[in-house]
Design a protein around this ligand. Sequence first.
Ligand SMILES: [Zn+2]
Length: 239
Amino acid sequence: MKALRVAALMVAFLSGRAEVLAIESVRTQEIFECRDNEVMTWGDGLDRPAAASPMKIAYNPAGAPPWFSEKQASGMVALAAAAWSLCGVPSQRVAWNPGQKQPADLVVVQWNEAGSGGNFGLANFRLRTLSLGPKAFGLLKSKNPGYDAGATLQMVISHEMGHLFGLMAHSRRCVDVMSYYSNGKGEVCFSRDRSQIDSVPEYRNDFPTACDIERCRKANGKRPLAAGRLVPASNGSGR
Ligand SMILES: [Zn+2]
């Protein structure tokens, strides 16, 4: 029995696991390392300094789909803010009453169909809002009930937050959270190994990559990352 189990494991490893591990490693390398020529955009916007620095961020759960708890969604906002903090623009989560006037240094993450423009999410730099789209997430759930919509929500929050940190253009590097895979004119995004793009359900990362952070640091007048490498915060706290 023991030998059989080992043999079965070996078959599983050789037929699929090794490939999966290889795919993960290229993608993971791209997430943590930005090479000199890899900061690339679709040229659809001009980067600028963040909407506020330091930035205060509040989450308003009103109107959220019932399957996203306040704890889950606000946790995702916190994770995205922590990841973008590597940009060098400090941010702080704050409580905010929607009845109050919005301070000039406050970004509000909210559920607002009009604000989302029918998308999963849309950032408004001038109003300092990050509007999530209840309808788009409802459609995703009804079409793919088994799909983890939480991963999509995290990616959308991270992406739209990137716009508020000053990244106006979309990235042309597939793995970047700010990326578009294609410009609709037949041109496709860049990867060190294009053959692996379709091998994972979603190649784009849920959080800013080394190139997202590199571009954000430049837009905000910060020094480049050492060796283009992202060093994740070891204790999850700020810097
Ligand atoms: Zn965008």
